[in-house]
Write a protein that binds this ligand. Structure first.
Ligand SMILES: [Zn+2]
Length: 411
């Protein structure tokens, strides 16, 4: 496949284009051998500093199992022990807090949008150590792969300045993405169908690669390091160019049997509503995504509104037709959120995405539609907003790479 995409690369040229493939030492395995050990590490990663005793309480594992998991992680430097409390406290005491040494391993996360690729270098605690943006001239898979490869090479060079190896790459793409096989089945913004992206990136960079839906990747970062820490069940709803939703149920990010769990954007809200790119009519996305709002405003007002910025400016100027389009979008989003809450009962819904810049124009309708359609105590669910710029989405992709590196925490 690579040969087709890079037919002119000789071995030397390949080595200079992708130094990753030339002279770096082989990647080291992560010293956990069981899901229980991964669970111990994940608990310290997301909730640390935390003592062995407390890890036992939170995971239900025995102190023997925790000691067995912790020892090789301490030896290899992934965990460190802070001997706090009594002066001269001895290392190895069960009450000493453990934390992850973020600088022990680095990861790359890349979010691909319709017009740019955003890459971050993240450490093991998902702290961003460097970021790069590259605009896309075309959306052809081969061209996007070249951009991803170049970004990866640049970020690996940045990692070398720290003297820390990059262990894996996560790539986040919107649409129908099967993480298990690394396949982008359908991405409307990129116009892609059945692109085996994980295999292509792995081939081009020589690094283990995971590819996931972008909202789900962002949800992993929020679950581990953001607004979802400690929440057993929560939903992340993103508004903007599309309407997405990531779900965490019982502490797990849900992908579903076909990888499309949480497709709130295609809940049918209004059977007489506008056509959706999915082939149905009146989906949340067909009413509330930026292109739908722009189209609606143009139809209702006759104004030459072309972009989300134009739409926002007209609504902010007080134009009633433009304000009505946002109100309608808010109603659709609120109804969609109520459907998610009625089905899964999360304690918290986090609303994010680039569409938050217009939040004051539809918050009232989101809340009113949610209150109308939420059943009984589901109304108690907390709706909060959290602006997450695209670098945070790239950080989400890095979180999926960390997840792959440390392995599954369930058998
Ligand atoms: Zn649809």
């Amino acid at each position: 496949m690579l040969r087709v995409l890079f037919p002119l690369l000789t071995e030397e040229k390949k080595a200079s284009t992708f130094p990753a493939m030339a002279s770096r030492p082989p990647l080291e395995p992560f010293p956990v051998s069981t899901p229980a050990a991964t669970l111990v590490f994940t608990t310290v990663l997301t909730q640390g500093p935390v003592s062995r005793v407390e890890v036992g309480r939170r995971t239900g594992l025995s102190s023997a199992a925790i000691t067995k998991a912790v020892r090789p992680l301490l030896d290899a430097g992934y965990l460190v022990e802070a001997a706090e409390g009594a002066k001269g406290a001895a290392l190895g005491r069960p009450a000493n807090p453990l934390r992850v040494d973020g600088g022990r391993a680095f990861f790359i996360g890349i979010k691909v949008t319709g017009d740019e690729a955003i890459g971050v270098l993240a450490d093991l605690t998902a702290r961003i150590r460097g970021a790069r943006h590259v605009s896309l001239d075309t959306r052809e898979p081969a061209a996007v792969l070249e951009v991803i490869s170049a970004l990866t090479a640049e970020l690996r060079t940045a990692a070398e300045d720290y003297g820390v190896p990059v262990q894996s790459v996560g790539v986040a793409v919107s649409g129908d993405v099967d993480r298990e096989v690394g396949m982008v089945h359908y991405s409307p913004f990129l116009g892609w169908r059945d692109v085996p992206l994980a295999e292509l990136v792995r081939g081009a960079t020589g690094l283990p690669t995971v590819v996931d839906n972008d909202v789900r990747a962002l949800t992993v970062a929020e679950q581990w390091f953001g607004a979802g820490v400690g929440a057993d069940t929560f939903a992340l709803v993103t508004v903007g160019a599309g309407i997405g939703c990531g779900l965490v149920v019982g502490g797990r990010v849900v992908a579903g049997a076909h990888g499309v769990a949480g497709e709130i954007g295609h809940l049918p809200i209004d059977p007489t509503g506008p056509p959706c790119h999915c082939g149905n009519s009146g989906c949340v996305e067909a009413i509330a995504a930026d292109p739908a709002i722009v189209r609606r405003i143009r139809e209702v007002t006759g104004e030459p509104v072309a972009t989300a910025e134009d739409a926002l400016a007209l609504a902010r100027s007080g134009h009633p037709g433009a304000r009505e389009a946002y109100a309608r979008a808010g109603y659709a989003i609120g109804t969609g959120i109520a459907a998610v809450v009625n089905l899964l009962g999360p304690g918290r819904v986090v609303i994010s995405g680039e569409g938050l810049t217009a939040y004051d124009l539809f918050e009232e309708q989101i809340r009113a539609a949610f209150a109308t359609a939420a059943f009984g105590a589901a109304k108690e669910c907390e709706l909060l907003t959290r602006p997450l710029p695209f670098e945070e989405w790239a950080r989400g992709a890095a979180a999926t790479a960390i997840q792959m590196f440390i392995g599954p925490d369930k058998p």
